[in-house]
Design a protein around this ligand. Structure first.
Ligand code: B4P
Length: 197
């Protein structure tokens, strides 16, 4: 079992790269952002609760995303491993993920963090906003708030994994293909260490 956390600011390329990694390494891709958008699209009660929060660029509650993740992990008992995309986003979520995995005799092998400067993040999200129809992508104020929330609530997650010696920063700038090659190289090395260990 090989589990990685793909970390990064909004627009860092997590969703883009997680799909490529999941396919290459045969891992199950779990994106809390996608799960929440599906809930919103289905009109569920949970989706209605999340919609207002997401459209302001805030984080939904830890409890809500942890329950979604637990349920998705349990759906795939035979998985070779998981890529957690956009989760954990707070230290409380990181602690809960460790606890949840421990219960199932699993663990996070590594946290891979895509590093992209704020100007590029804003530029990518504004560009996506032209076509995505995502309410959290279509205003500079909301994007600014998402980056501010990331700096305040999510960056402490780096310290959590650094303390466990699992933090691996990767340059997220450049073409999608180039970033993907960097990630593949790192993941291959992490995978061989995890098999050896
Ligand atoms: P997410 O879906 O995780 O949204 P995101 O941060 O925008 O990242 P995403 O993965 O979509 O974008 P990517 O960087 O790939 O979350 C949305 C919202 O849901 C959050 O704001 C929050 O409210 C809520 N939420 C989700 N998880 C939560 C949690 N755990 N706890 C609480 N709340 C939670 O791509 C961005 C754009 O850049 C794309 O258009 C892409 O094509 C482009 N791009 C990617 N790589 C590029 C590259 N190398 N060069 C140029 N462009 C690139």
């Amino acid at each position: 079992m090989f589990n990685i956390v793909l970390f990064g600011a909004p627009g860092a390329g997590k969703g883009t790269q997680a799909l490529l990694l999941a396919e290459k390494f045969d891992l199950i891709h779990l994106s809390t952002g996608d799960m929440l958008r599906n809930e919103i699209a289905s009109g569920s009660r949970l989706g209605q609760q999340a919609q207002n929060i997401i459209s302001k660029g805030e984080l939904v509650s830890d409890e809500l995303v942890i329950n979604m993740i637990r349920e998705r992990i349990e759906r795939h008992p035979d998985a070779k491993g998981f890529i957690f995309d956009g989760f954990p986003r707070t230290q409380a979520q990181a602690r809960e993920l460790d606890r949840l995995l421990q219960e199932k005799d699993m663990k996070v092998a590594a946290m891979v963090a895509l590093e992209v400067d704020p100007a590029e993040l804003t530029c990518r999200l504004m560009k996506r906003g032209e076509s995505s129809g995502r309410p959290d992508d279509n205003s500079i104020e909301i994007i600014g708030n998402r980056i501010e929330v990331y700096n305040r609530k999510t960056t402490p997650v780096i310290e959590y994994y650094r303390a466990q010696e699992k933090y691996h920063p990767v340059d997220g700038l450049g073409h999608i293909k180039d970033v993907s090659q960097r990630l593949n190289k790192l993941t291959e090395s992490l995978l061989s260490q995890s098999v050896a260990g």
